[in-house]
Ligand binder design. Structure first.
Ligand SMILES: [Zn+2]
Length: 431
């Protein structure tokens, strides 16, 4: 209910219960004892039509009954949307299942979103819309979605994880070497030693984002040594001169956040040390490789006092990992209360779109693939969180590069989005 109230402006007080004795709203209980067990997955959902869309309803105890019955002084919701919303928003599945991929992440393949095919549908927002309709009926008051600055219908958060600043030359150099083109290799090596790397482009990235009236949030990775498992961290050292460049970008209105290195998602001490290398105090965070251990990481993020995190998206598919298109306060399974930090869920990462092990879209397929998801966010006044790595602003990338970023930004601008930094989204949500 806290999240329901955050999703809308001025929600009138109304009685919500599971019996139809008094006036108000009745929501049928369909979860039985599911939440006192530790099963990762509930029974299969029922598909019901809402807003012209086929929406999966978990814990639907009366699939034959209409979803919503409107009576003179009451409204009856015949599907347990409270349990279903809690199940999805809490990340129950990833807390209780043991499945993890080679990076220790909850895999999309193990999700109910994959199993029932609804990763691009913010199902919890649909549940909220059912409840909103019921409250409007009982109280006679219209409930409007939350407002973004200047009446914008939705917000967009543009972010860049800074993994690489020095490695643009490596791909072509390796290819030249493999083909035995030693002269080409020598030229590339010479250029690398004497000229700035094509990925050393922080200012150009900020300018490309500013061209659409947006400000970039940079997640800075302060560790250049590989993780204990050999996974690479930054290809750069956070030198005083690089720090000065980040400060200058901050002075222009860009935001800096921490890109927690390999291992820090489960190590509070190291995570805390990294904060001090990048930020004056904890503010925003995203873990490198989207590493996140649902049983451990949220408590660390809270303990260090981050305002927000923006790690939670699936690496393998764009969409909604918690089936929700607004920021939310993650559930603490130990205290059974909300965590203090705000999660601004990640909806789309550049690598997901083209990487051979992910979606492998053609360049012209990128925006059309994303448009239905963006329309869902717009419909519910949500936040579209985009991760576009600085290395993919290199003109040499024609797959998920600057052209595809420009097409996406141009579309978002045309739709009248409010471009906000992570800190600004936090401010709007905590107000
Ligand atoms: Zn990274």
């Amino acid at each position: 209910m806290k999240h329901f109230r955050l999703a809308y402006l001025e929600v009138p007080d109304v009685r919500i219960g599971d019996s139809a004795i008094e006036p108000g709203i009745v929501i049928k209980d369909g979860a039985a004892d599911f939440f006192i067990q530790t099963l990762a997955y509930p029974p299969a959902p029922t598909l019901r039509d809402w807003l012209g869309t086929q929406v999966p309803f978990f814990f639907d105890a009366s699939p034959g009954a209409p979803l919503l019955e409107l009576r003179p002084d009451r409204a009856i919701i015949n599907s347990d949307i409270i349990s279903a919303a809690f199940y999805l928003l809490s990340g129950w599945q990833e807390y209780y299942v043991n499945a993890r991929d080679q990076h220790g992440r909850f895999p999309y393949a193990a999700s109910v979103q994959k199993q029932y095919g609804f990763v691009t549908l913010p199902v919890v927002n649909y549940y909220f819309d059912v409840l909103k309709t019921a409250i409007e009926h009982v109280t006679g008051q219209r409930i409007r979605p939350r407002a973004w600055v200047a009446g914008a219908p939705f917000a967009t958060f543009i972010s860049h994880d800074i993994d690489n600043l020095r490695s643009a030359w490596k791909g072509p150099a390796k290819a030249a070497l493999q083909r035995g083109h030693l002269l080409d290799f020598g030229k590339l090596l010479g250029r690398h030693l004497t000229q700035p790397d094509a990925w050393d482009n922080l200012e150009a990235v900020a300018a490309a984002t500013a061209a659409y009236g947006a400000r970039s949030t940079f997640f800075v990775l302060p560790e250049h040594r590989p993780g204990a498992d050999g996974t690479p961290n930054a290809d750069y050292v956070l030198s005083p001169s690089l720090k000065n460049r980040f400060s200058a970008l901050q002075a222009q209105g860009c935001e800096l956040g921490l890109h927690g290195s390999i291992g820090t998602a489960t190590d509070a001490e190291r995570l805390n040390q990294e904060v001090g290398k990048v930020l004056d105090g904890p503010s925003g965070l995203r873990f490198h490789y989207l590493r996140w251990e649902p049983r451990l990481t949220p408590a660390l993020v809270d303990a260090i006092g981050f305002e927000y995190d923006s790690t939670l998206g699936f690496a393998e598919h764009f969409g909604f990992r918690h089936s929700y298109c607004l920021p939310f306060f993650p559930f603490n399974f130990v205290t059974e209360a909300a965590h203090h930090f705000l999660e601004i869920p990640l909806n789309v990462m550049d690598a997901t779109l083209h990487h051979p092990s992910y979606l492998n879209l053609r360049p012209e397929e990128v925006l059309p693939a994303l448009r239905p998801m963006l329309a869902e966010i717009e419909q519910f006044g949500g936040v579209a969180t985009v991760l576009w790595h600085n290395e993919n602003f290199d003109p040499a990338n024609t797959k998920n590069g600057p052209q595809q970023f420009a097409e996406l930004m141009s579309y978002l601008q045309q739709r009248g989005t409010a471009f906000l930094t992570g800190a600004e989204i936090c401010q709007a949500f905590r107000r």
